[in-house]
Every structure is written in C-alpha cells, then in structure tokens.
Design a protein around this ligand. Structure first.
Ligand SMILES: Cc1cc2nc3c(=O)[nH]c(=O)nc-3n(C[C@H](O)[C@H](O)[C@H](O)COP(=O)(O)OP(=O)(O)OC[C@H]3O[C@@H](n4cnc5c(N)ncnc54)[C@H](O)[C@@H]3O)c2cc1C
Length: 511
C-alpha cells in the first residue's frame, strides 16, 4: 500500500471515530461538521454583532465583555428568569488564587499553586491550556466582581486546594455572583430576551457561524450575528436520558440538580450544526450528598462540615468504608461500590449543634429550613434522630450491633489518634462519637454539574476534531468540556463559568 493510500485510510478511520465519539458529527458538503440543516436562511429577521446563548454566569459575563469591547449584544435565555440558572442556585463557592482578600488574611497563594492543585485533583486529565486560562485569570474576574459590588463572602477550605482559596458567598448560594454581573448587563442596556430558546446554529458554506434560529412563544426567528455567537447554555445535568447515557459511572442513580434548561442542547447543537468536538463527556461533578426525597431530586447535605469535627460515614451494613475527609467527588467513586449506593452520616448532638450554629440557615442541608429538618427527623425517611446508637440503627433499618461496633472502633482510633483502617488525618480524629441524641443523614449521589462538553481553545473559540477553530463560534461555562479533567474541585466551576465567559465575550467582539 502506498503512503497516500495509507494516509487516506487512516484519515477515514479517524473521521469515523470522531463522528462516533461526537454522537454523530455532521459532515456534509465536503466540509467537516457543517450539517445541511445549518445552512443559513435567505432572510434574517434581525441582526446584531454578538449573540449570547444562555444567561447564567458564563453568558452574562460574556455579554458584558463583548459590549465593553464595542459590540452590539443580545442575550437569549430559554427560561423565564436568571434565578433558576445553575449559577444562581449554586453553593456560591468561587476559586481564585492571589486575591486581595487572601492577601489581607496572609494566605500565600499563586496561580501556579492553583494550577498544580487543579491538575492533581483532575487526574492530570485537564486540558492544560484551559486549566491555565482558569487558574491564571479567575483572580482578575473575581476582583472585577468585588469591584462591582459583590457582597460579603468568607473563606472555606475544600479538599484538593492546598490553601484557602474558596471564596464562599455568605448567602451560601450563587445569587450574589449572578446579581452582580446581571446588574452590569442592565447598566449597559444589553437586552436579555427571556423565554427564548435557541434551536439551531446557521453556518455558511465556508464553515463560519452566521447566526441562530430561536423560538419565542412558539414563533421562530432567525437572528444574524455579524461578529460571533457565544454558546453558554450550561451542561446536560437536567436531561436524565442524556446523563445516564453519557455518564456511565452514575447512570440511573442520584439527584440531578441545576437549571431545568440545562439539557445539553448547546453541546448537541454545536456538534451537529457546526462540527465542534465534544470531549470528556463521561465526567461529572457528582457528590455523595444527595437526599433523594423525590425521584432524582432533593436537597443536599454538606456532610464534610461534620466529618472533620468527629463524624463518620457508614454503609447499609453500618460499616465505615472510606476516609471520610477525602474530596467529596472522589468519595463518590467509593460510594459506587457500596450496597444500594447509599451511605449515612453519623453525628453526635454536640457536632450536629455545632455545625448548624456555625453555618447560615439552609447552608448545611440546602435548600432547607429548620422546620423542614424537624419534619424530616420526625418522618425518618432521610433524616433520623435517636437517643442511642442501637436505637438509631433500628430506625435506619440497619444492623444495630454492627453500627455500635463501628462507632466503638472509631472512638478507639480517636483515643489513639490513629485511624488504623482508613488513615484519616489525626486532625480530624479529635472527638469521639458520644453524647446523644445521635443524628443520621441518609445520602446518595447528587450531580450538580457535568464536566464534558465542547472543546474550546484558550480564546474560548470552539474547535473541530482537527483542533481548527470554527470561525464565529465561541463557548463558555458548562457547555465546554475538559477544563476540570476527571474530577471536580470545589469552586472551580463557577470560576470557570465567569472566566471563560470573560474571554469568550472579549474575543467574540473581535469576530
Ligand atoms: C446545586 C449546585 C451547587 C453548585 N455549587 C457550586 C459551587 O459552590 N461552586 C462552583 O464552582 N460550582 C458550583 N456548581 C456548578 C456551577 O454552578 C455551574 O457549573 C456554573 O454556574 C455553570 O454556569 P453556566 O453559565 O455555564 O450555566 P447556567 O448558569 O446554568 O446558565 C445556562 C443557562 O442557559 C440556558 N439555556 C440552555 N439551553 C438554552 C437554549 N437552547 N437557548 C437559550 N438558553 C438556553 C439555561 O436555561 C440556563 O439558564 C453548582 C451547581 C449546582 C446545581
């Protein structure tokens, strides 16, 4: 076989593989990725410079930056409000290295330290140029938010970060972040059109993205973007069928939490209409902290507020199975191997009360209220309370002597300052589980973000399977894939949404 023929066969093989991995990248008209359906209309209903799809942190940040760079911008948002976005309902933890607030507290941090932590946590599967974009720049974006009125926040330690760099909103959610950037959108009179769903990208014969088809109140319209389209329409966490098919590790189990509009539309549209390359689809930010009070939905319990103070996690057999203080998203992998994929937090009254006193209402179990917690403790489906460990086990429906033995053994490790089974750090072995009543929270998985999406370069331009940027098309936030590698690290998704939005917007204004 001559070299040319070999090359042509291997190229065909690659294309076939790429098409399969993308769930069917379109390849029509001799051009990689442009589907027939994406051919631009003869007549445009409206025109602007930059179209932003999605009004979460990524989209609104992109809109501000594109506007500041001189572009006429419109934001199209599927749902009727910005307050259901994953950004708004998030925990409000934002990772940034080298902030003024860190310096004031004497925290010695740098973008290089952040980068090293981020890659280590992500199993070195992070796309390096995107990891750099995030770890070098989230500080600039965070300071911009602070300078534009971001209300108070506190520092919160989070496994994986070697120093305190998680800036957590004092409201324990992402509304302040969202409100801060939304106020800047309003200040610039950038229109945000609610109830407007983008259904298609239009691509010209040379492969340039020209605009979008959008549907509002059942009416279709074609909007041309003279400079670029930024797709910031979130991930696919709320489409159970897509999630179960793309994320095999957590297929069919646990809560799926986030904006109801985040059903993977942007990712599929970019792959199908413009030939963008999907990547890292099988990775998700899945925590072992969901209370599945209704099918695949319910609040979450930040059990890691309890464990370092002297609490444990046990499985259905009443046995510990892991070092409870490891990164929560890593712990999910261990939970996958446990019976029924559920586990229980065991806490004494002292620890329970201390945690609830320390954090704002709704911050420990979110969302919740003291009344809801009391009602659930009475109901005994996901929350349990009892005066003794054996009574607690009976309420939980697990083996009482097994749980008593587990607690006794853990208490002996605390006494010795040495966790002989799972090697918990001595700093988290300070308090025995004693002094009732005792509390339990039953938990399974809760996925709060998907980490796979469309591959972008360090300008946030969408790239095709050959690494070539697609003219006129940018993506940001959870629509993109690969920045987090194979494991989520707290605060890095909000930081990525705002940082990638920042760059996507600035660059989109250039065309
Ligand atoms: C409960 C929870 C807690 C979290 N906590 C944290 C945390 O503390 N720290 C952290 O770093 N990350 C956290 N995350 C993850 C983080 O919030 C998200 O990854 C990030 O906010 C995503 O921002 P985004 O702008 O990409 O998407 P979003 O904020 O979800 O915005 C995307 C918007 O696009 C809209 N849209 C979708 N399709 C279309 C379409 N076709 N046309 C028009 N609009 C469309 C959607 O309706 C949605 O409103 C959390 C997530 C959740 C759900």
């Amino acid at each position: 076989m001559n070299d040319e023929k070999k090359k042509s066969i291997s190229r065909r093989g690659f294309l076939k593989g790429a098409a399969a991995s993308a769930g069917g990248l379109a390849m029509a008209g001799g051009m990689v990725g442009v589907s027939q359906a994406a051919v631009p209309p003869k007549k445009w209903d409206r025109k602007t410079d930059v179209i932003v799809v999605g009004a979460g942190g990524a989209g609104l940040m992109a809109a501000v930056r594109a506007s500041d760079a001189g572009a006429k911008v419109v934001v199209l948002q599927k749902t009727p409000t910005v307050y259901t976005t994953s950004t708004a309902v998030s925990g409000g933890l934002f990772a940034a290295a080298g902030t003024r607030a860190q310096k004031e507290k004497g925290i010695d941090d740098s973008s290089e330290k952040f980068y090293q932590d981020f890659l280590k946590n992500g199993g070195y599967m992070n796309i390096p140029e995107l990891a750099h974009l995030l770890t070098d720049n989230s500080v600039k974006v965070f300071e911009w938010l602070v300078d534009n009125g971001l209300p108070s926040f506190r520092f919160e330690a989070y496994p994986g970060h070697s120093v305190l760099r998680g800036h957590r909103s004092n409201k324990n959610n992402g509304r302040d972040l969202l409100d801060t950037v939304f106020a800047q959108v309003k200040k610039r009179n950038i229109p945000v059109e609610f109830g407007t769903e983008v259904t298609r990208l239009f691509v010209d014969p040379k492969g340039r993205v020209m605009g979008v088809e959008a549907v509002k109140a059942g009416k279709k319209m074609n909007i041309q973007a003279h400079r670029a389209v930024v797709v910031a329409s979130g991930g696919f966490v709320r489409d159970a069928a897509t999630f179960d098919s793309w994320v095999p590790a957590y297929s069919g189990v646990g809560n799926l939490t986030g904006d109801p509009g985040n059903v993977g539309q942007g990712i599929k549209m970019i792959a199908k209409d413009a030939g963008g390359l999907p990547t890292h689809l099988q990775y998700s930010g899945t925590y072992p902290y969901g209370l599945e009070v209704s099918p695949r939905s319910g609040p979450v319990c930040r059990y890691w507020y309890f464990t370092p103070l002297g609490s444990i996690l046990v499985n259905k057999k009443g046995k510990r199975y892991v070092n409870e203080t490891i990164t929560p998203t890593k712990l999910s992998l261990y939970l996958s191997e446990q019976p029924e994929k559920v586990h229980y937090l065991i806490a004494s009254k002292g620890v329970w009360d201390e945690v609830f006193a320390k954090y704002p209402p709704g911050g420990v179990i979110s969302p919740s209220s003291p009344e809801w917690i009391e009602k659930e403790l009475q109901a005994g489906d996901w929350l349990f309370r009892a005066n003794t460990i054996s009574e607690l086990a009976k309420k939980m429906g697990i083996d009482a002597s097994g749980l008593e033995k587990t607690v006794e053994t853990f208490n002996s490790y605390v006494q010795a300052g040495n966790d002989l089974e799972f090697g918990r750090d001595a700093k988290s072995l300070t308090r025995k589980i004693e002094g009732g009543p005792f509390y339990t929270v039953k938990m399974t998985f809760a996925t709060v973000l998907t980490m796979g999406g469309i591959r972008v370069n360090d300008k946030c331009q969408v790239v095709d399977p050959y690494g070539k940027s697609i003219p006129g098309l940018y993506a940001a936030g959870e629509t993109t894939g690969g920045v987090h590698g194979n494991m989520y690290m707290g605060g890095c998704a909000l930081a990525w949404a705002f940082t990638s939005g920042w760059f996507a917007g600035s660059n989109a204004a250039k065309g």
